[in-house]
Design a protein around this ligand. Sequence first.
Ligand code: DC
Length: 229
Amino acid sequence: MKQIIVAIDGYSSCGKSTIAKQLAQYAGYRYIDTGAMYRAVALYFIKLRVESLALSEMESSKLNELLQQIHIDFAIQPDGTQHVTLNGEDVEKQIRTLEVGNAASQIAVIPEVRRFLVAQQQQMGKNGGIVMDGRDIGTVVFPEAELKLFLTASPEVRAERRYKELIEKGEQPVMADVLADVNDRDYRDTHRAESPLKQAADAVVVDNSNMTREEQMEKIYRIFNEACK
Ligand code: DC
């Protein structure tokens, strides 16, 4: 059967990565979490103590030079999951905090950062057999993808999911802060000048606010099988 490119875009915390991982496993495809790549770049600059604002004001050639020092990869774990690595170091846990998520959203507005990561994502997916999730996969990275899914859920439902995830990780979030954070991130992701989050004209929209995981996956498998024909 044809090995297609599946592009999954959508708002933060609407279950994109869980769905993408599950679909990749079902299809026997490689899964690429592009949000993890933005998070890894953000972590690199946090560690260097370079603020996002300083980066956005930096001369393009200097910023490109700094970006060339960053090597991001995905290491497959014995249980089949993937951990993102930054210059050889497993940073999977470090990138999953609110702080890094916010910094990622800020550096993701910088054109040089986007160009740097988009080129790598295009390389990773060029032979198909891939499920890639992010914000601009169906619009910018792979506008020719055979299947584009656009996932969405209400901000309240997403904030609740995010809240539970953070509690499970041992953080002590405040619900109002998490909701404000979801709304802020939505605003930044949809209003930035460079590759804003937007639904591709040919994307299939899946609103999972009122769907169980099983209902949702059944629907997605059906759409996927149809796209492979
Ligand atoms: O999906 P996530 O929460 O891990 O993504 C972190 C940030 O990275 C998010 O605020 C937007 C940005 N991002 C992006 O701009 N483009 C992508 N393809 C993926 C993520």
